[in-house]
Design a protein. Structure first.
Length: 155
């Protein structure tokens, strides 16, 4: 039986195709994802930042897990920073960074480094471990990140 997960996928606009690729990678055997992420294909063409933040807050509040797709410029994206910090403020949200398959040694968003529960490669097994609560912190090549020795536990 598949596990149902309510997720929000934080991503840069140029990585929108990776949302479906992530679901395909994880979904066939283990999970059925209900995704509240917003994309440029959304019919809402809002430009008011406060309104957009309200929509994002509602979507993040609904999700139990926030997946952050990590690419070249992700660490500089103000929206991703807002999304991760919002998830942390709501509490009880699992925050997992996932390096995109093409990622090299890219920097991760500061908020993910501050509040993330795990950071893994584009690998079903590693992502499953993170979704199951293991505090794994990897580099894009899959090796352990030695600068990360903080274990985060949930109450």
């Amino acid at each position: 039986m598949k596990k149902i997960r309510n997720i929000f996928i934080a991503h840069c606009g140029e990585h929108e195709e990776s949302i479906e690729n992530f679901k395909k990678l994880m979904g066939p055997k283990s999970y059925s994802f209900r995704d509240s992420s917003h994309t440029t294909k959304d019919p809402n063409k809002a430009e008011n930042k406060d309104y957009i933040k309200g929509l994002l807050r509602d979507s993040i509040r609904w999700a139990g897990t926030v997946i952050v797709l990590i690419g070249r410029d992700t660490h500089e994206n103000d929206w991703i920073d807002f999304e991760v910090r919002t998830a942390e403020r709501f509490g009880n949200k699992q925050i997992i960074g996932v390096y995109l398959p093409s990622s090299q040694e890219h920097q991760i968003p500061p908020a993910l480094d501050d509040y993330g529960d795990a950071l893994v490669t584009w690998n079903r097994e590693k992502i499953n471990q993170a979704l199951n609560g293991e505090p794994i912190w990897c580099k894009p090549d899959g090796s352990f990140r030695p600068d990360r020795d903080i274990d985060r536990e949930t109450c």
